[in-house]
Write a protein that binds this ligand. Structure first.
Ligand code: MRU
Length: 366
């Protein structure tokens, strides 16, 4: 996608042919800083510090991290060590494990001398595949938006609510939940996005709003608690969110607060869609609510807020009284019964085992 007219992916191989560039998402929307990742350890640190975040991008970063590990030491021990180190960086997004497994499957049978080149090749493929998958998600989601647009008066926008950042910053390009929005906007369909701020880290307010703004998509940032009110007053035509892991039964894990939006959508007959690339499906888990591990993050994300002061300084301030205890669950699980459909690269599916298994038979048997 474009930043000030220049095309960017969220991660890329630098022109030196070995180091990895990425947009430092901790600094947005106030500063656009490019980070250089030169070792597997730095890739791991980029994931755990949320320099990069979003399930598909975490996977792509881990793949490049494995390539960097192979560049330094391509032994079996190094392959195993890098996989374990990267897998421990964040627990919820299954794309991380998926990408590490893919890399190990591709590299383990090779002679050590052939691994570094093969690792860079597979990491690049994983990144390129993510872009194509997200383009296809957009194509299928566009049909849904077009159908709603056909019911509107001329110039009246389709109102989409989204949560967190499932945009191009969370993937390699296009985004998952935002891909249908970008494609609709590019076709001249009037779309307007309600952007949940997404406390505590504010990925909606700082990242989704930033990227929609750069693409010229009309949007309004709302406090997280606003969605139910908007839905009651018919101000939301559909919700589209991303996901960090979908269980085989169609339960959807996503950023904390997604479940409450799905409940409000259900109560108000607002279609609630989840956009996902197939690596986000975890066919080894049958019950998302009970089995998906939920990351618990630092209390400081809740107790403190970072922003830009009127004179341009970036400052962090405390908003919670000293001494209050804090809980910071990073994700929640929306039961499949609340999901209208799963927008995948192979079409819009029901949120159930049969639909997922028949669309992705090559994954469901593994
Ligand atoms: C296409 S990304 C889908 C999800 O990864 C996204 O909605 C989300 O919850 C990201 O959480 P984050 O904690 O910012 O990595």
């Amino acid at each position: 996608m474009k930043v000030d007219g220049r095309h960017f992916r969220s991660i890329w191989l630098e022109p030196d042919g070995w180091s990895v560039g990425a947009i430092d998402q901790r600094r947005l929307p106030h500063e656009f800083i490019i980070a250089k990742i030169t070792t597997a350890e730095e890739a791991g640190e980029a994931i755990s510090s949320m320099l990069v975040r979003g399930a598909p991008l975490i996977g792509a970063t881990a793949a490049y991290g494995m390539a960097l590990a192979m560049r330094g030491d391509s032994s079996d021990a190094s392959l195993d060590r890098a996989g374990k180190m990267l897998a421990a960086t964040r627990p919820t997004a299954i794309n991380l494990k998926w990408a590490i497994d893919e890399m190990q499957r591709a590299l383990a049978p090779l002679a050590a001398s052939a691994r570094a080149e093969a690792a860079y090749g597979r990491a690049r493929e994983i990144a390129d595949e993510d872009v194509e998958i997200n383009r296809e998600i957009g194509r299928h989601g566009l049909d849904l938006i077009e159908k709603i647009a056909a019911t509107k008066k001329p110039g009246e926008p389709v109102n989409v609510l989204t949560h967190c950042n499932a945009g191009w910053l969370a993937t390699v390009d296009w985004g998952t939940a935002t891909s249908p929005i970008y494609q609709a906007h590019d076709r001249g369909i009037a779309v307007h996005v309600w952007v949940d701020e997404t406390r505590p880290r504010n990925q909606g307010a700082s990242l989704t709003a930033w990227e929609l703004g750069h693409h010229g998509v009309p949007h309004t940032v709302i406090p997280d608690n606003t969605g139910g009110h908007l839905m009651q007053h018919r101000m939301v035509d559909l919700a589209i969110v991303g996901t960090d892991r979908v269980a085989a039964n169609g339960d959807v894990c996503n950023k904390i607060g997604t479940y409450l939006k799905a409940l409000a959508a259900h109560d108000n007959d607002v279609p609630f869609y989840v956009a996902l690339p197939s690596p986000t499906i975890d066919f080894s888990i049958d019950d998302g609510v009970r089995q998906i591990p939920i990351e618990q993050r630092a209390a400081s994300e809740v107790t403190h807020l970072t922003g830009r002061t009127a004179d341009g300084r970036i400052e962090t301030v405390r908003v919670v009284p000293d001494g209050s205890s804090v809980a910071n669950f990073g994700f929640d699980v929306t039961p499949a019964r609340l999901v209208t459909g799963l927008i995948t690269e192979r079409g819009v599916l029901g949120a159930d085992r049969a639909a997922l298994a028949s669309a992705f038979p090559e994954r469901s048997g593994r």
